[in-house]
Design a protein around this ligand. Structure first.
Ligand SMILES: [Zn+2]
Length: 383
């Protein structure tokens, strides 16, 4: 059976697990773990309350090596108009249809097929496989996998994150940080505003400060930023609070997000807001009502992948693909987390992000073939 035929067969099995982020991915991870066990790989399953990450290694048991990384969760299909069954893979016109075919079980299937091939090679450096849960809801799986890897001393030198880039070499993406900030004041009659603490008024002041940061963030943009738009952006997604004209509002909420182009913008935004809350908003609220409060809940905090002048993973994959240079993309991945861990990281995988998260998601067979070719050449570099 050719590697492509094997990949299609495994992908069909992976698609049949409806591993939507809210559901358990345990059955899928156990299936993959069985495959790695049967190859004699060193295999760890980190499971907690129905969710699991898998980390497997092939080759010598020494530090370093290359990690192939993919997430096993998929986004829901609710409200989408599918002509194909989302969780039973179909093939038509050299395309495979199903939820997760391109984002990103196609890469996972290709990596599993190549694991079989790697296990038969006299590898001088190890190849690792990291398959996570809950990437689509804030990279939660990677955030629990990384401390487990550190605890066990599993520290690959490089990572290839196989998110769909149509096999283009990607060396950078922005971060994505989402928050809900809640304001708790004191209700009262609208006829005497000074007797209460109006949560909506403080929410508005907070939002105004956020909006004023836009100009400051624009001024901080690195001159060589290749993103569109080039600066760290900030968005207010929802603001809620209050019931009627004549009541001082007790509770208000603001959903907001920002997408840092550099790590220092992340620290900048968080520290400016924390200072503003501590030194201006809270003292003013508590002067009237000592129990008033402002809290910020982190809904997802995915750090960006910073393009670096020295990046062995980028250079390696570019060489394997004969690519000239590397690009940046607007979507987030687990890559920044692995970079933070000290690895050189590149994002490169089969399929197009244009098909991800949509009805009739698909991957083209020639994309899988390109990926298999790259992974096969990777094996030759490690013997
Ligand atoms: Zn993805």
């Amino acid at each position: 059976m050719s590697p492509l035929t094997q990949t299609v067969e495994i992908l069909g099995k992976l698609i049949a697990y409806p591993s939507i982020s809210t559901e358990s991915n345990l059955a899928l991870i156990n299936d993959l773990a069985d495959r790695f066990d049967s190859l004699g790989a060193r295999c760890h399953v980190f499971a907690e309350s129905g969710k699991a990450n898998l980390f497997a290694s092939i080759g010598p048991d020494i530090p370093g090596g290359i990690m192939l990384s993919g997430h096993t969760d998929v986004v829901p299909v609710d409200g989408q108009d599918w002509t194909f069954a989302p969780f039973r893979m179909s093939e038509e016109n050299a395309c495979l249809f199903g939820r997760g075919t391109c984002d990103m079980k196609g890469f996972v299937a290709a990596a599993v097929v190549m694991a079989d091939h790697y296990a038969a090679l006299p590898l001088r450096r190890p190849i690792h496989f990291a398959f996570t849960h809950d990437e689509e809801v804030g990279c939660l799986g990677a955030q629990t996998l990384i401390p487990e890897m550190q605890r066990l001393g599993l520290q690959p030198d490089m990572a290839i994150v196989g998110e769909p880039t149509e096999m283009r070499v990607i060396e950078g993406h922005k971060g994505c940080c989402e928050y809900t900030t809640r304001f708790s004041g004191l209700a009262g009659h609208g006829s005497d505003p000074s007797a209460g603490v109006n949560a909506v008024e403080y929410a508005v002041r907070y939002v105004t400060r956020l909006m004023s940061l836009r100009e400051e963030l624009r001024a901080r943009t690195p001159s060589d930023s290749r993103y569109v738009p080039p600066e760290t952006t900030l968005n207010i997604g929802r603001i809620a609070g209050g019931h009627m004209h004549n009541v001082i509002v007790e509770k208000a909420e603001v959903d907001w997000e920002f997408r840092p182009v550099q790590r220092k913008d992340f620290d900048f935004v968080r520290s400016i807001l924390a200072t503003y809350v501590e030194t201006e908003l809270l003292p003013a609220m508590r002067a009237v009502f000592p129990a008033a409060d402002i809290t910020t809940e982190t809904m997802g905090e995915v750090v960006g992948l910073q393009p670096l002048s020295v990046n062995a993973a980028r250079d390696l994959v570019a060489g394997l693909l004969g690519a000239n240079g590397a690009d940046v993309v607007p979507f987030g991945t687990e890559a920044g987390l692995f970079q933070q861990m000290g690895m050189d990281v590149v994002v490169c995988g089969p399929g197009s992000i244009a098909q991800a998260h949509k009805a009739d998601e698909f991957i083209r067979l020639d994309q899988l073939q390109l990926c298999l070719g790259m992974l096969e050449r990777l094996g030759q570099r490690l013997v």
